[in-house]
Design a protein around this ligand. Sequence first.
Ligand code: PRP
Ligand code: URA
Length: 212
Amino acid sequence: MNLHVIDHPLIRHKLALLRDEKRSMPEFKKLLHEIGLLMAYEVTRELRTEPTVVKTPVAVAPSEKLIKHPVLVTILRAGIGMLNPFMEILPNSRVGFLGMNRDEETLQPHSYYNKIPMQALNNKVFLIDPMLATGGSALSALDFLAEKGVHDVTFICLVAAPEGVAAVHEHYPDVAIYTAALDEKLNEKGYIVPGLGDAGDRIFGTGDHENL
Ligand code: PRP
Ligand code: URA
């Protein structure tokens, strides 16, 4: 399967801290940012470079530079929490946004906004959303990108449910999924078990744990 569970001791450690229901909103955001940086390091491993030279104060150094900068696309709003570390490590990357939220009853995504840079057509796209639950939001985003002619997409999340991975790969087997954790299942309300709750609510301080 085209699924990569990033295995790194710091990610495992920080993810355990972040999942804790006692974690405060500022702590949650900071941990998400730190894990995002570590994930960005791993996910960018396959980017291609070309030779260049740089003049140091001492001599000319044979060096390497990225051939292309991937385009970052995030799913609002929880995606913002993981977008920032990727923007930090890839400052030349252009950024697109897809606004969608799940209907709490039907679990179907509702799209309310989109703006994607045209460079997504001929660059690798990193599609970023911390949670892959039923896969509805990811599939809607991938459908939107495919309709626009964007084909080289890597999906990056923090926590994935097996149901979401299967749904994405049933329709888009070529889309590589990178996650920090593959959890057990979904509960009857479509939340990932054990998961971390509602990512958007925990980043932005909205919502109520009683609803999960
Ligand atoms: C969350 C999350 C994903 C989606 C995953 O967003 O950020 O986009 O749920 O669930 P799915 O795989 O079942 O579609 P949510 O719809 O809660 O919106 P928010 O980011 O605005 O909180
Ligand atoms: N969205 C979230 O934020 N958390 C889940 O567990 C499922 C969807």
